[in-house]
Design a binder for this molecule. Sequence first.
Ligand code: ZN
Length: 372
Amino acid sequence: MSNGHVDVVIALGSNIERERHLPEAIRLLRRHRGIEVTEVSRFFESAAVGGPEDAPEFFNAAVVACTRLGPKELRDELRDIEEALGRERSEDPDASRTIDLDLVFYGDLVEEFDGWSIPDPGAASAPHVAVPIADVAPQWVHPVTGETAYDIVAAMDASVVRPVTAIQLAPPHLTRGPADWDDHADVYAPRFESLVRQQLMEIGEDPDREGLLRTPLRVAKAFDFLTSGYSASLDDVVNNAIFDAEGADEMVLVKDIEFYSMCEHHMLPFFGKAAVAYLPNERIIGLSKLARIVDLYSRRLQVQERLTNQIAEAVQNILEPHGVAVIVEGRHFCMMMRGVQKQDSSTVTSAMLGTFKADARTRTELLGLVRG
Ligand code: ZN
């Protein structure tokens, strides 16, 4: 816990279309601006507790996350995610559900709210809650009992909760994998993974051959990172790292900022270096933040011209400086590997605002510094 951030544990459960809803809930948590997911447990299977005898079994998991939201706010956000995944609340606490997201631990908070409490009572008594938590955060200390999550599970009959295999998790049309897939239920984004699998078949590959078995999973993870700019915001990136310039008015230039992006025409990478300069007017920004701003806009499908302009506009908006200049030099795989196959060509784009646009001398000074 630092900076007003609190580590929390969220328990998840689903027994309606559980192969789809559980991974999707984790994905929505990962994409949430106010919740930073740091760890995800394996998936576990358990019989429905308390419901009718033929109630479908649950998939359960637990997530460790970091947040600035208060406990009530966080619980509201979890409810919103439940709703987005079609959860209908009924009077019956044992009813089947698409998804259940329970805030189990909130730092070491112990508090009674109206009709709910933290820690969630299930953490100490319900195997389907405790086992996934022990899987992802064995050393987490229960703030009331003082026991670790590991000790809690060791002291209960946890045999009713079983780890889920990858085969159980695959959507029905994906169940042809070999029986020796490892036990680890490593599914990230089922719909995305099934699309990648289909793509592999379209190009004439056999997605069941050994080297490709985990490729859909890997591609899903890679794309989540490569497109993470969509779910981040400029505010999060800047995160209050704006300071008083204290009279400083000389040009600030950060150059050779490496970037990696993907062209929106071919979804192939383009990469290179960016230089970002501004002329301070009362406000300056932590230098590393300029690189973060470049990442924010490059981790999306882009064209280099727009990337360049977006970086410049972002700096303009947060600092309102006398001028902003951004120069991007990129090499495009769609040109290097296909089409014209010009391996050595690079593309230079620039955006000049304020003094950099109006004053040729300032521009010349900048270009000298960038090249030098
Ligand atoms: Zn392209």
